[in-house]
Design a protein around this ligand. Structure first.
Ligand code: SF4
Length: 255
């Protein structure tokens, strides 16, 4: 039998989530999300960005450097970088080869150097050396996408304009049933849009950081520790992984 086309303008035709899916309706997800946030608040009351910084410029640059790297590696590099180039104007005028030498260990050092110098030039020339405070202005800077902008806006300026979606948040959003995207979805912006529908706005920044902490410590990619996880009663993916790890779905949920 041919499948019926959704009516123009209907929820389905606008790409809205279907009423039921693993993880439930949007109302069910919102309810569960509130409980998940309460659980995360108990586990990580102080969850915040682990990148060391003293001002918004340092946070912006550290976040650019953290792509495909670890916070630990970035935290070793940034004191040297900011000691040598303390202001946006200093970095805007830096020799790329000098910057590359300092940030080399964070990986993708040529691209990152281009982004850092380009962003600092724009900040020095267009914003008087001050990091802009709106999403629109931040994502205009070279090398700055929504994730970096969300880190700076949420962590430094206290503005909940979006949810930070890195690899941990993307993975946990799927496991905890907080996104409608497929589990192979790589587009962080699509996952972020779902999270912004499901999470209360005042919790956007906290939840992003807390999910990163939970992803690092408990809900790791290859071997999620579902037995230890205090969110397991709220998690549609709990105990669905092979005991040998690998992050692959298994079959049994313990009684
Ligand atoms: S129950 Fe398992 S899969 Fe779900 S959040 Fe916890 S560790 Fe991750």
């Amino acid at each position: 039998m041919p499948t019926k086309k959704p009516k123009r303008g209907s929820a389905k035709s606008r790409g809205s989530p279907p009423p039921t899916r693993p993880g439930g309706t949007i109302q069910a997800r919102r309810k569960r999300a509130e409980k998940i946030i309460a659980g995360l608040r108990k586990l990580y009351p102080d969850a915040t960005c682990a990148l060391r910084h003293d001002d918004p410029l340092q946070l912006l640059i550290a976040t650019i450097l953290s792509a495909q790297s670890t916070d630990e590696t970035v935290n070793k590099v940034t004191p040297v970088l900011f000691g040598r180039y303390p202001t946006a104007a200093d970095l805007a005028a830096a020799e790329p080869a000098e910057v590359e030498k300092i940030i080399y260990t964070t990986g993708f050092f040529r691209n990152k150097t281009r982004s850092i110098i380009g962003a600092c030039k724009a900040i020095a020339e267009r914003f008087g050396g001050q990091v802009p405070q709106t999403m629109e202005e931040l994502i205009e800077l070279p090398g700055v996408a929504r994730k970096t902008a969300n880190v700076v806006l949420g962590t430094w300026f206290g503005k909940n304009e979006g949810v930070v979606v890195d690899t941990h948040v993307g993975r946990l959003a799927h496991r905890l049933g907080l996104t409608w995207t497929s589990k192979d979805e790589k587009d962080a912006v699509k996952i972020e849009q779902d999270l912004m529908q499901v999470l209360p706005q005042p919790e956007w920044t906290f939840t992003g950081h807390a999910l990163i902490w939970h992803g690092r410590g408990i809900c790791q990619a290859r071997k999620p520790k579902c037995l230890e996880c205090t969110l397991n009663k709220l998690c549609p993916a709990a105990f669905t992984f092979e005991p040998s790890g690998g992050g692959k779905p298994g079959k049994k949920r313990p009684k």
